[in-house]
Design a protein around this ligand. Structure first.
Ligand SMILES: *[C@@H]1O[C@H](CO)[C@@H](O)[C@H](O)[C@H]1NC(C)=O
Ligand SMILES: *[C@@H]1O[C@H](CO)[C@@H](O)[C@H](O)[C@H]1NC(C)=O
Ligand SMILES: *[C@@H]1O[C@H](CO)[C@@H](O)[C@H](O)[C@H]1NC(C)=O
Ligand SMILES: *[C@@H]1O[C@H](CO)[C@@H](O)[C@H](O)[C@H]1NC(C)=O
Ligand SMILES: *[C@@H]1O[C@H](CO)[C@@H](O)[C@H](O)[C@H]1NC(C)=O
Length: 298
């Protein structure tokens, strides 16, 4: 007697992972993918705030937030972009480690971005360091970090615990970062272990403090910062009422939790780009069969 075992398996697979690029619109800048609502050319983005300047004089080309000097390194359709954040620095003068940048700022006021308060931390490195995250548009808001040390014995490697490295959270809805960096003693007591101080906003998932940063960090030009993005300044209900909701079929709307506006997501069972008319595609059930083999039963 032969028994044929055959198995029918149903499993799901996305119909296609690729988005419909708007007709004739480039969907890349160098190796950075530019999904709608973002676009590099007129007619290719949702509104001016989602304009990306693709500068081809760099190799590979670099993407910038509209006409700013904020460089984008990644765009996620889930509502975040990664940008290169600036580093404020203040060094012990006799070592001549390069120009000090005692104030650094990034401003996305009027654009559909806010700095992520969940992902980023305002961070100060150094052993003679007073760093302030000064927020003039939130009249009563500014926060900061102070760190002093004479040697490395009190500095914990691998964790930013206050001495040598200090971090604070940022508030919701922040659109402007203005960093002010000072030393109290001109690094005269600490320069052998920490010749410079630094202050910057950074994605905490991509920055782990290493004791060697106190001596090495002057080589870094930028750090990864996460910005959340959202459509418009209305809530889902307001946009729907006004008939200009940007979420298409098989998607749903959620209000931004970081500043004004809303975002779209594909419904469960669908995936793709909810900002495109046929962007959210169903996961097709696919039927396959295969034989496990033959068993002879005596
Ligand atoms: C883009 O290219 C640069 C340099 O070739 C590389 O360092 C970077 O990791 C690439 N980014 C992505 C998202 O592939
Ligand atoms: C591209 O970058 C170069 C070098 O920084 C700059 O001179 C030029 O103005 C930029 N072009 C555009 C279109 O922004
Ligand atoms: C700090 O930790 C890193 C990674 O865990 C390690 O590579 C490095 O050698 C450590 N430095 C010191 C001074 O212990
Ligand atoms: C730090 O340097 C400034 C200017 O170079 C000087 O006026 C100040 O007295 C110095 N402070 C200390 C504590 O050395
Ligand atoms: C920490 O710095 C040391 C050099 O001092 C380096 O060898 C090591 O790879 C670094 N660790 C991490 C996790 O970056």
């Amino acid at each position: 007697m032969f028994i044929l075992l055959s198995l029918l398996v149903l499993f799901t697979q996305p119909a296609s992972a690729s988005d419909d690029p708007l007709l004739g619109c480039p969907d890349k800048c160098g190796n950075i993918t530019i999904p709608y609502p973002f676009g590099t050319e007129s007619g290719c983005y949702h509104d001016r705030g989602f304009h990306i300047t693709c500068n081809l004089t760099y190799d590979p080309p670099k993407a910038f937030v509209t006409t700013t000097n904020i460089e984008i390194t990644d765009i996620s359709i889930d509502g975040t972009v990664t940008v290169n954040g600036l580093i404020a620095r203040d060094c012990y003068k006799p070592l001549d480690l390069g120009p000090d940048i005692n104030g650094a700022w990034m401003d996305v006021t009027g654009l559909p971005y806010s700095f992520s308060y969940t992902r980023n931390r305002f961070t100060a490195l150094g052993c003679d360091t007073v760093a302030l995250n000064y927020e003039s548009s939130f009249a009563d808001y500014s926060s900061g970090c102070v760190s002093f040390c004479m040697d490395l014995s009190s500095v914990t490697n691998g964790s930013c615990s206050g001495i040598g490295c200090c971090q604070t959270e940022i508030p919701k809805g922040l659109k402007r970062i203005q960093t002010i960096l000072r030393s109290l003693l001109n690094h005269t007591t600490s320069w052998t272990v920490s010749p410079c101080s630094y202050a910057f906003l950074v994605d905490q998932q991509q920055f782990v403090f290493n004791v060697s940063d106190l001596s090495d960090f002057y080589r870094r030009r930028n750090v990864p910062v996460i910005m959340d993005w959202a459509i418009g300044s209305e809530t889902c209900e307001e946009a729907e009422g006004a008939g200009d909701l940007a979420c298409w079929a098989n998607s749903y709307c959620t209000n931004s939790t970081n500043g004004p506006g809303y975002r779209c997501s594909c419904k469960s069972g669908y995936q793709g780009n909810p900002y495109l008319s046929h962007g959210c595609r169903g996961m097709k059930a696919k039927r396959i069969s295969f034989d496990l083999g033959f068993w002879r039963i005596v």
